[in-house]
Design a protein around this ligand. Structure first.
Ligand SMILES: Nc1ncnc2c1ncn2[C@@H]1O[C@H](COP(=O)(O)OP(=O)(O)O)[C@@H](O)[C@H]1O
Ligand SMILES: [Mg+2]
Length: 413
């Protein structure tokens, strides 16, 4: 759906100089201003006129039976300012919330001749509806050269539709799930996160990466590398690594002092960020290994069990799992219980059913549009936060990621 830009354009004031030119211009400008005002007024009237139908069409109106037959009520329109963006003050119907409009925002905007809209609470029952002729997340933005010194500082996750930065503090007890089709921007996003975190001296970037791009080589010679398993040549190495992490977790759990239920990460007791790139792929590869003798545990079982333990018990003692998958189906994520452990969830471009699977039915209205989202555009949900669409920062070429890690990550003593 494309917007039909009916919006009147402000008058053009770039004409010739000189005395005569200036006099003629001031006269012509005044006339142009008057005409522009009239066009804006007419456009605002047009919006008032189509608003009612648009609301009925997308189901945010209410029908009541009166003595003279059914009456349709729609959210009342107040002041309209025709500009870029055009804004419409709207009084919600009793019982309506701003989300009731934003949920059907795209369809409502299309009915009004725009591409999309934002709903901003204005005061009382009034909201400001900003009509946009372009998706505010269209513009990519580069990841600035920022690093955090400690996991207590927030890393940049992205920008929402209002251009506001969204951060996340890894000291907060949340595991992170990332899903998205091939090429939707998961790895790029993870590059950005890790590039921000690698310099923190109370963080170890650990994990399993069968692609060998996200972890591995870029970390050679740093304090993080001993905690990483890469490639598919030796899958047993991945199981052993995850078990080694579980071992550290168990030591920390056993050493928790009385009357204390969590540790504060420090350089001596660092926070482990356990990245699992393409987790379903790891499980598939492990599942395809030859059968073992009786009584021996398969690599697949070992990976599943270690992953589940890190997810369910690691939060208190400084373990944060970041799992990347093309589709976060329960089975592919190590079971429904394992999947429930992720508090911070981001979906890059995915089909509608996958989106709903990870974020719940509230995202149904976003599904169709998100199925064709550009790389780097994600739907984000976290406890205590409304579901938001975000644009995540773009780090650039892979070499840039390698350079940033080489430059900032602490070297092995
Ligand atoms: N945030 C972003 N902004 C702009 N382009 C991006 C962004 N993230 C990814 N891309 C583009 O999409 C391509 C695929 O991204 P990638 O992270 O490798 O996807 P995935 O890991 O989901 O398969 C990148 O090479 C890049 O060209
Ligand atoms: Mg990838």
């Amino acid at each position: 759906m494309t917007a039909t830009a009916l919006l009147p354009f402000p008058p053009d004031r770039s004409r010739g100089g000189g005395w005569f030119g200036r006099t003629r211009r001031s006269w012509a400008d005044r006339r142009a201003d008057r005409e522009h005002e009239q066009e804006c007024w007419a456009f605002a009237e047009h919006l008032r006129f189509v608003w009612r139908d648009a609301c009925e069409g997308v189901g945010v109106s209410r029908t009541t039976d009166t003595a003279t037959g059914p009456t349709v009520r729609t959210p009342r329109v107040g002041r309209i300012v025709v500009d870029r963006p055009t804004t419409v003050l709207v009084e919600l119907l009793p019982g309506q919330e701003p989300q009731d409009l934003s949920r059907v925002g795209d369809r409502l905007a299309h009915s009004l001749g725009f591409e999309t809209l934002r709903v901003v609470p204005h005061g009382g029952r009034w909201v400001r509806v900003e009509l946009l002729d372009q998706d505010p997340l269209t513009e990519p933005f580069a990841l600035p050269r920022i690093t955090v010194g400690t996991c207590q500082d927030p890393v940049l996750l992205g920008r929402d539709e209002f251009g506001d930065a969204l951060g996340h503090t890894f000291a907060d007890a949340a595991h992170v799930a990332l899903q998205g089709q091939n090429g939707a921007g998961k790895s790029q996003f993870a590059y950005g996160l890790l590039a921000q975190l690698a310099a923190a001296d109370d963080v170890r970037i650990a994990g399993s990466d069968i692609t060998g791009l996200l972890l591995g080589c870029p970390y050679d010679g740093t304090v993080h590398r001993p905690w990483q398993a890469t490639g598919t040549a030796d899958l047993e190495e991945h199981a052993a690594l995850l078990e080694r992490l579980v071992g550290v977790m168990d030591e920390r759990l056993a050493a928790l002092p009385d009357r204390v239920d969590k540790i504060e990460p420090s350089p001596a007791v660092p926070l482990f960020v356990v990245v699992v790139e393409e987790f379903p792929g790891l499980l598939r590869a492990a599942g395809a290994m030859p059968k073992l003798g009786r009584g021996e545990r398969s690599v697949l079982d070992r990976i599943r069990a270690a992953n589940l333990r890190l997810l369910s018990e690691g939060r208190k003692v400084g373990f944060r799992v970041i799992t990347l998958a093309q589709r976060a189906e329960a089975e592919a994520m190590g079971g429904g219980y394992a999947r429930d452990q992720y508090a911070l969830r981001l979906s890059f471009r995915v089909p509608g059913d996958s989106l709903e699977m990870l974020h719940g039915p509230a995202v149904r209205e976003l599904a169709e549009r998100h199925a064709t989202a550009e790389p780097g555009v994600a739907v984000l949900s976290a406890p205590g936060r409304d579901v938001v669409r975000v644009r995540v920062p773009y780090l650039g070429a892979y070499a840039e990621y390698c350079d940033r890690i080489a430059m900032t990550a602490r070297k092995e003593p």
